[in-house]
Write a new protein. Structure first.
Length: 193
């Protein structure tokens, strides 16, 4: 039985990234050569580091395997999977709806995104609610659900009856790859009397 060289797992882009270029470095504990492939293509000889420029939007998988000095090919290549995402997320639905009247004073403000967002970017600074005629945002708790891709602004007190409010989601909200929301989303509604 032959033992093939041990490799260090290839570093490279994790998860979702905005870059259309990826580079991988790899080593072996023994002398030998390497073969690489991208997205299930054919393996071909390669050296470390191996770079891939001009990657298309979407999912990618890089694999590297060793060939030892006796010509034995590693049956279990190391691999790294990631997604190239250069598209800006959008707000696809809001509640209360834009222009709504007779909104309940206890209503929460909801914004649903076109894709998963970085939870840390959905905050009181990026999701706000302002009463018409004022400049200060309503005191509220802001949360985000990765499951529904929805931000919730929960005011700490009931909204004023008969008042009009403007909700805003700013470009500070970012998707998992770091793409900012584009364009920012602003809408208004009126609370019932």
């Amino acid at each position: 039985m032959r033992f093939l060289p041990r490799r260090r797992s290839p570093p490279g882009p994790p998860g979702a990234v905005r870059s259309t270029t990826a580079s991988f470095a790899f080593t072996s504990s023994e002398l030998g050569s390497f073969e690489c492939r991208l997205d299930g293509g054919s393996f071909s000889a390669c050296n470390s580091p191996k770079a891939y420029p001009g990657l298309r939007q979407g999912a990618h998988t890089f694999e590297v395997r060793t060939i030892d000095g006796e010509g034995s090919i590693d049956a279990t290549p190391d691999k790294r999977s990631w997604t190239v995402d250069t598209s800006a997320p959008r707000v696809t639905a809001v509640s209360p709806s834009s222009g709504a009247r007779r909104v309940a004073p206890g209503a929460n403000v909801l914004a649903t995104f076109s894709e998963a967002m970085q939870t840390s970017t959905i905050t009181k600074a990026t999701v706000t609610l302002v009463r018409k005629g004022t400049t200060r945002p309503v005191v509220a708790k802001v949360s985000y659900s990765p499951t529904t891709k929805r931000a919730t602004l929960d005011p700490s007190a009931s909204l004023a009856r008969g008042a009009t409010y403007t909700a805003t989601v700013t470009t500070g909200a970012k998707d998992l790859a770091g793409n900012p929301l584009a364009p920012r989303k602003t809408w208004s509604f009126t609370v019932k009397r």
